[in-house]
Ligand binder design. Structure first.
Ligand SMILES: [Zn+2]
Length: 468
């Protein structure tokens, strides 16, 4: 089966063909470590993880690079605001980011290069662009990319250079609100607002622009041309457009074959914005009692290039779905009767339907429907006493393989009989409404049945203890 992906470059679904057979080189724009990443950012990171895992499911060897942006306008503002050094600020948020990724079950990339450790490569790239006439030096010593020299500028985003108009010049790292092509800063000459964030280089005293960071690290760690570049929709212009211009102007080769962008996450129907005050962090959801894998299941419940709306109802639905899956695993692990069944064709059909759904540009709603149809079918066979041990273990193996892509189950998870899991849910609810007398009473009732509950940052955990 052929994987098809929606390529923002060309704006159509295309069959995926890697440059080198069996291998995929992929660059995913990483976080700017000036603050915690919010849940919208994690939607993108989980989509990229899903893409990576599906490529691995299909047998590709993946080399993924995710940069850590530790030099950028917002970091300089953060240094001033929090009275920290650049390193103190960025290493704190980098560590928090890595923890969040791991708790969401995101597979690590092969390389996490930091911008601050690749300044020399950025300087060299800017020098090439100057020598080829694509860049020019401004009076203050900053270096700008001349977008009028790069004829295909705008091919990715559709943004055009005004006819006969000279592009304006922008030195800010973020200017998406303008929606028009502009000469952008490759190198920013130091000014006093930068404080002690600068490097003394052949280009003078200063720091790189944000987009040159990604071009330099992409070219360095993946080569002049590679397969996939992914990121959130908000990065398409100007960031990715600039990356293409810088890289292709310097190498004369096509930078990236497939550009993938994930849509926005909304909160209760509204766009998430600092100004609206509705920015949600992963840690907020965990504090409200949502389990991490429930959050992950919610994040993949819409296809990556459709919008997704964060609501309690949507999280509750993901929680209920995950509970069904955990229960299903427990039923498959319980010994079945030694009967001949059609288990093998069932599992095979399930795997190929799942692969087909994911090959359809990572159509996760369809893939989840395939999964729950399988759960329903197998459950009814168990109910009818028609699933023998061999078929059950085949079903379990198929489920593990699918979960290798979705990552919403931990196979060590044991499930409780429904009456006890019901008590855990009721106790969670009591805690949420701060009815601590009731939650304590339920805790004791569970303990009497040999179950200890613990409240952890990742949600409620339970384990069995011997009674008495
Ligand atoms: Zn980037």
């Amino acid at each position: 089966m052929v994987l098809k992906l929606y390529n923002s470059l060309g704006r159509e679904v295309q069959p995926f063909r890697p440059i080198k057979e069996g291998e995929v080189k992929m660059y995913t724009c990483g976080p700017t470590v000036w603050n915690y990443a919010h849940i919208g950012n994690f939607r993108t990171f989980v989509f990229e993880d899903l893409l990576r895992r599906h490529l691995e499911f299909k047998g590709y060897k993946v080399r993924q690079v995710m940069n850590i942006t530790d030099v950028e306008d917002r970091i300089i503002r953060g240094i001033e605001q929090f009275k920290k050094t650049r390193l103190e600020l960025t290493s704190f948020y980098e560590r928090a980011f890595m923890e969040d990724l791991a708790t969401l079950g995101v597979e690590p990339a092969e390389v996490y290069p930091r911008a601050s450790e690749n300044i020399g490569d950025m300087v060299n790239l800017v020098k090439v662009l100057l020598s080829k006439g694509y860049a020019y030096k401004a009076q203050d010593g900053s270096v700008y990319f001349d977008v009028s020299k790069f004829k295909t500028y705008g091919a990715l985003s559709g943004v055009k250079l005004g006819a006969g108009k000279k592009a304006g010049r922008v030195s800010a790292d973020h200017y998406e609100e303008k929606k028009e092509a502009a000469d952008f800063a490759l190198w920013k000459a130091w000014d006093e607002n930068d404080g002690d964030v600068f490097w003394e280089t052949e280009l003078g005293k200063g720091r790189p622009g944000w987009s040159i960071e990604c071009s330099a690290m992409g070219l360095k760690y993946l080569g002049d041309s590679f397969d996939i570049h992914a990121g959130g929709m908000d990065l398409k212009f100007p960031h990715h457009e600039n990356e293409i211009a810088q890289s292709e102007a310097a190498t004369g080769k096509k930078f990236v074959n497939y550009w993938l962008h994930s849509e926005f996450l909304h909160v209760k129907g509204e766009e998430m914005h600092k100004s609206v005050g509705n920015v949600v962090y992963l840690r907020d959801l965990v504090k409200s009692g949502w389990e991490l894998l429930t959050i992950r299941l919610f994040l993949i419940s819409s296809r990556y290039r459709d919008p997704i709306d964060l609501t309690d109802a949507a999280l509750e639905q993901a929680r209920a779905q995950r509970a069904r899956l955990v229960d299903f695993v427990a039923r498959l692990k319980a010994p079945g009767p030694p009967l001949g069944t059609k288990g093998s064709t069932l599992a095979k059909g399930f795997l190929s339907d799942f692969e087909e759904a994911m090959d359809d540009d990572l159509n996760t709603p369809r893939a989840l429907a395939v999964l729950f149809t399988f759960v329903k079918k197998v459950n009814s066979m168990i109910d009818a006493n028609k699933l023998d041990e061999a078929a059950a273990s085949e079903a379990l193996a198929a489920l593990e393989r699918v979960n290798g892509v979705l990552g919403v189950l931990e196979f060590g998870e044991e499930s409780l009989p429904p009456n006890l899991s019901e008590l855990i849910v009721r106790r969670d609810e009591a805690r949420k409404r701060k009815d601590f007398a009731e939650s304590d009473r339920l805790r004791k009732e569970l303990l009497a049945s040999g179950v200890v509950v613990e409240d952890t940052p990742g949600g409620t955990r339970w384990k069995r203890v011997s009674k008495g």
